[in-house]
Design a protein around this ligand. Structure first.
Ligand code: PEP
Length: 248
């Protein structure tokens, strides 16, 4: 059994004070939380969060990683640096990075490779734009994005986490229906099955305006193994509610 995995993506939000306060609120009411969980925080706050999360059941995650091992790459953060702060998960290929930083499928695959080599689980984001969905290209797009990561990572592929995040649903309040999500998750699972005998170990998360009201229906789908949550992860009552739903 995979068990549910719920990941908060804080994006470029927070401050020393706000992070501490959010975490205090999350931990104050975590009695019924049994699912696996993590928060992916801005790099500058990894040290703070490493210290605050020690001894809790919430793992630490990063939002990006360099595709390079080390060297003259100003502004970048390497996988081994993330490892120094006990980072367990790292998002790669979030649509905001693909869109605003022109990250290609190949680059995302290299980032996943770096994370795996450092013992960090990459959360590989795939998802189609609205235009691509309307053109009937959803499966082609997500399979192309995942294929690059499979190709670069070979037998390690069962160690990744996949997040299906339709671009049109991220931060928009629009959510894929549970049926739409399941359909794409099943396609991704089938693709993984061709690549590895251990595809059933791979958690495939849904992301895109998941919230306390729609989480239960999405999480009830056979191949929806959890959530990658942006906006709602910044509100302790909402994130807690989703963690509890995932723990049932
Ligand atoms: C995300 O940033 O990965 C995300 C899913 O955001 P939101 O939940 O706000 O749509």
């Amino acid at each position: 059994m995979r068990g549910k995995l719920m990941i908060g993506n804080w994006k470029m939000n927070g401050s020393l004070a706000a992070n501490a306060s959010l975490l205090t609120d999350l931990l104050a009411d975590s009695v019924d939380v049994y699912c696996r969980s993590a928060v992916c925080v801005p790099s500058l706050y990894l040290a703070q969060m490493q210290s605050l999360l020690t001894g809790t059941s919430i793992a630490l995650g990063a939002q990006d990683v360099s595709a390079h091992e080390d060297g003259a790459y100003t502004g970048e953060v390497s996988a081994t640096m993330l490892r120094d702060f006990a980072v367990r998960y790292c998002i790669v290929g979030h649509s905001e990075r693909r869109q605003y930083h022109a990250e290609s499928d190949m680059l995302v695959a290299s980032k996943a490779q770096r994370a795996l080599a450092a013992g960090i689980t990459p959360i590989v984001c795939v998802g189609e734009s609205l235009a691509e969905r309307e053109a009937g290209q959803t499966e082609v797009v997500v399979k192309r994005q995942l294929a690059a990561v499979i190709h670069a990572n070979g037998h390690c592929i069962s160690e990744i986490v996949v997040a299906y995040e339709p671009v049109w649903a991220i931060g928009t309040g629009l959510t894929a229906t549970p049926e739409q999500a399941q359909k794409v998750h099943a396609v991704l699972r089938a693709q993984l099955q061709v690549a590895t005998a251990h595809a059933d170990r791979v958690s495939i998360l849904y992301g895109g305006s998941m919230n306390a009201a729609n989480a239960a229906d999405l999480l009830a789908q056979t191949d929806v193994d959890g959530g990658l949550i942006g906006g709602a992860a910044l509100k302790a009552p909402d994130f807690l509610s989703m963690l509890k739903t995932a723990s049932r």
